[in-house]
Design a binder for this molecule. Sequence first.
Ligand code: GDP
Length: 393
Amino acid sequence: MVTVSIIIAVVFVALVAVGGALLAPRVRRRRGGAYTGREAASRGAATTAPRGEASVAAPPAEVKAPEPVPEAPAPPGPPGPPIEKPPPSAGRMTRLRSRLARSQTALGSALLSLLSSGKLDEQTWEEIEEVLITADMGAGPAASMVSRLRTDVKVAGTSDLTEVKELLRADLLEQVGAHLDRTLHAVPHGDRPAVLLVVGVNGTGKTTTCGKLARVLIGDGRTVLLGAADTFRAAAADQLETWGNRVGATVVRSDREAADPASVAFEAVSAGTARGVDAVIVDTAGRLHTKTGLMDELGKIKRVIEKHGTVDEVLLVLDATTGQNGLRQARVFAEVVDITGIVLTKLDGTAKGGIVIAVQRELGVPVKLVGLGEGPDDLAPFEPQAFVDALLG
Ligand code: GDP
C-alpha cells in the first residue's frame, strides 16, 4: 500500500514538472498580443533576431502581428469662429458718409463759405478754383467747373446761399459723373463664374479690397472664390485666407513661394467653375518694377484666364491719399491692361476727395468702389449723389 502510494506520488510530481515545462512558452506569447500593431511589428522583429532560437521562441506562424488596435477618434478641436453674413452693399456710401469729413471740411465747407461771402468777384472765383485744385480735382476740371458755376450763378442772378449751394451741387455732380455706368460685372455666364482681376501697386489696399469685395458680393447673395495670385508678397495669401475663412469663401493659393501667378489664377478659375460659384476674385502682385515686367505678368494672367472665358472686370486699386503719385500709377497700369473700374481706397484718410474726379478723367473709366475705412464692411459701391451730399454737408 505504502509502495503504491509512493509510486502514485512520484508519477504525480513527474506529470506536474512536464506540464509546467510545456505551458510556460504559451503564456509569454500571449502576453505579446497586448501591443499595438506598430509596436508588435518592431517587437516581432526583435524576437526573430538571429539567435538560432527564433523558431522555438517565436515560430513564424505564431509571430504574426496582432490585429492593429483601432486608433481612438481624435478629440473634437475647439469650434472655429462662425461664418459671418456681411450686410448687403446698398446704401453703404450713405451710411459711411461721415468718413468723408476731412474732404467735407477742405472742399465742401471751403467752397460754401466762399460762395456765401456775398461778393463773388474775380478774386473769389480764383480762390474757389484754388480750393478745387488743392482737393486734387486737377487743374482742367477745376477751371471748367468754376467757369460753369460762374455762368450758372450769373444766369440765376442769385446770391442766396441755398440757391448757390444747389447750383454748386449740380456742377459737382456733373464733374463726378452722375451719368456714368458703375455696374460691377460679377454675374456668372451660364456655368462659368464671372472673373474679377484686382490690380494695383502693393500697399494701396489691394488684398484688403479683394477680401472686402468678397464680402460685398456675399452680402448681396452671391457665392465667391478667391485666387491668391499675388505670389510675390508671402503674406498676401495668408491675408486673403483670413478674409475668406470669415465668410466661408474658398481661397486657391500655391503651396510654393514665388509660384507662377498665372497658374494660380488659372487654378482659381478652374476651381470656381468646378464649384459653381458666381464670381472669382483674383488678387495680383503690383510691382512697378518695369513696365514690361508688369505687362508680361498681368498680360499672362489675363490670357491664361481667358482660356476659360472672359475677364469681366479689371479693377485698379488706387490709394486716394497718394495724389499725383497715384495718378502716375494709374497711367502705367492703364497702358498695360484694360482697366474697367477704379477702386479708390483710403478716401476716409484724405481731405482730397477731388481725386475721384481727376482719376476718372485721367483714365476714362468710372470709380466703382470706394474704401472708407479699415473695417471689413467699409468698402462701398460709389454713389455720386451720396458723395456730393457728404461733401456739402
Ligand atoms: P496691398 O499691399 O495693396 O495688398 O495692401 P493691403 O491690402 O495689405 O492694405 C494696406 C493697408 O491699407 C492695410 O493696413 C489696410 O487696412 C489699409 N487699408 C486698405 N483699404 C483702406 C481704406 O479704405 N481705408 C483705410 N483707412 N485703410 C485702408
